[in-house]
Write a protein that binds this ligand. Sequence first.
Ligand code: ISJ
Ligand code: GLN
Length: 878
Amino acid sequence: MQQPRPRILFLDAYDSFSNNITSLLTTLLKADVFVLPIDDPLIEGHHGSSSAAALTPEERQARFIAELRRYDAVVCGPGPGNPDNEADVGLMRIVWQLAESEMLPVLGVCLGFQSLVAAHGGQVGRLRRGLHGMVREIDHLEKGNGEQRDGDIFGGVGTFKATLYHSLCGHVGQDEVAEKEWETARWRPLGRCPDLVPLAWVEEEREDGGKERILMAVQHRTKPFWGVQYHPESVCTEDEGNKVIANWFREARGWNEKKGRVPVVDGHALARAATKPSLLSQLAGGPADQGASRRWWETLETNPTPNFLTVQLPPGLQVPDIVEAVDPTRSERIILDSANAAPSTSRADVRGRYSIIAVGLEETLRIEYHTGDSYATIKIGGLVGSPLTRSDKVPLDQYGDVWGLIAAFHEARRLPATEPSNTPFVGGFMGYITYEQGLSDIGISLDQRSHHRPDVALAWVTKSVVVDHVQQVVHIQHLESASPEKDDWVGKTADKLFALRNPHRRPSVSAAEEAMQLPLKMRRPSLGASIQPPQMKDYEAKVRICQEYIAAGESYELCLTDQTTIARPPSDNLSITHSRPSLCKQQQQQQQQHQSQQCRCASCPPLSPQPPASSWALFKRLRKLQPAPFASYLRLGPATLVSASPERFLTYDRRGRCSMRPMKGTVRKSEAVSTLAQAERILHVPKEEAENLMIVDLVRHDLHAVCGAGNVVVSDLLKVEEYQSVFQMITVVEGQLPPRRREGEEGWQDKDKVYTGLDVLAASLPPGSMTGAPKMRSCEILREIEGTKERGLYSGVVGYMCATGRGDWSVTIRSLFRWDDEQVAVNGDEGPEVREVWRIGAGGAVTILSTPEGEREEMFTKLGGPLRIFGEEPTCRW
Ligand SMILES: C=C(O[C@@H]1C=C(C(=O)O)C=C[C@H]1O)C(=O)O
Ligand SMILES: NC(=O)CC[C@H](N)C(=O)O
């Protein structure tokens, strides 16, 4: 008879590495792994779960114990915080206290290990300095060469290195052992914890020349409890370490056998599967149920006739020229621009291949959602001045959440792979998602917000132009709805492009745009742009606060950021009265000094009387100054974004192959660091590699949540790449979604098995490179430190999801954005004047090894890129 697969319960302490552990356990031990949060509402009665809230503590404990009977073993996971705080370890504490009759084998990992130590007489205190993303050789007794101790899970294990992510450590009495006794004494229970047998150590050399003895693994003398301080699941833990886990499980099963303990699998389980259910499975009922009350938009754009034409890219033509020729109306626009694709910008290592231009955006159907609302809005159009055709508030309960609605909307319009197959996008969603939506996705509630702006804005683009910079062709694409008036948009657009071959017929450039095209040194600060950067000392103080949280074990890495605001006369918002100043120069200067905190240096040129450049002109300038592979321009609803992002967040193809590209480790180009080899020397150091590694493990966790155990690999680790003004270290992490059922097999009863790239996107926001690890606790801490201001578009994502299932999203950094409704009033010569407000976010990852000055410098380096379009160089000003 076939043996049933073993079952393991994983107690999740909200770490960002948990899914890597469940993946390792599943693949290595061929076990089914189920996950229960340490504060599971069904047991703990939190979060308003009425059924559990009514229970007494004894009854809750009984529920948990009943749940434990279902498993062969338990793994207590890693996480933020300290085992001395009950809330940080929750249910773990019950596990160590189980009566003999209910006991079962347990493995503690990191926080779980510390909780084991704390429960058996040890103390958990701070390391002299935290070790996060540091890879160390684990010193254990066996080293594969002989003597076997009963229950020593290091038996037969050779030398291996493992990744550490901890600020705290277990004190079992190691510091009281004299040096000459240490060699042998460290393998026996030490004074404070007679029941814990040390199995492994790391001795860390400290700056004072001394060594810190760090406990790395223990086993309980009589109970089936083991624990490891290091992270067995990290991508940098060597495979030899897997033997420890295999040994643990062999011991665990041996113990169960000896005790005659067999898991009882009946009734209802509280724990959930390690992989998330798909978005489509959240839908209440199938399409048949929804048929009764179809809304007007449900059938719109559902059965299009694709109409495509591919033409040669007229030589010398830039993406903005194409935009201006094919979509000159200049109201709403989305352009995802491989701005560094041109050979003239070949200094950069990473070059985009395609630029995607949405055309006729005002007429598109779109989804907008303000985080926290119980409904989303589906509408057509909506820009000030253009007629709002229709709008519908869609309650989200039947979709689970906004992601369920987006997935259902996409699914209803999904296309089989369509010609031309060599275009990444034939039509589909284009738009943005804010950082705050990401926060809400990971369970952080946003308190009172002072606005009602969309956090998710996705247009369903049916007319698009895709430039393939490698093939030098342009795909003109129209997913035509079955409307009787076909207007041959594709043909007409091709004609417009052909017309561009004739340089005399190129679109004319407005005066403001012309001004923006002047060489940098001739530029003056834009009229009245009042720039408010972060204060250096404040920023440094915030870095120190981050480090205090890290030292306390609350986080391993925090991506601290701050914002610079730029107030300037309104440029392209038609709803704002355009106030053209008529001040004399002297008055202007006086007013300028009064309003702004900007430059006081003598060399600063006087203000020029030119009108403010439009956001489009700003974009054209930025793409020239900072050509980046994931540049974008977006003017959608009330949001405007001008971005020179170098960072891909997530891309996926139709077959569910996903790839993420976290970027961490930045060095500014300078005379001293101008070559890749020099940058590599600077970035391949423990501090920078650790920063990157932490995010790599976090991203693996995010991908595992959807792709499932064993379906994630790291294909390029810690690679240094060159960009226009910086070098960046990146890693590529790839995942494979479960295969989609073939047509016909795919009934709604299988909908929970249908995953798309949207599932990965929804499960991975906000981008880990912008949060730090563990994600949830780090975001909570960052909200405290950064203050109440929202990051908004910054730290969110911009991208597309094609109707055929392919998608690509960049992290919104090195960018500026503004909201139409954010204005400030200033006193002008002729009374109050309004100013539009642009925001530039910038920051970097703070670790225990950071220096406040270094972090501040890094933040200003990143800020400097987008700020230059205002003719500003941060170093001359603050
Ligand atoms: C926070 C920013 O960048 C992020 C932080 C990086 C780092 O810490 O090295 C690198 C790229 C981005 O993921 C920013 O550009 O503002
Ligand atoms: N990775 C972890 O579980 C860390 C545990 C604990 N918060 C520490 O920092 O030491």
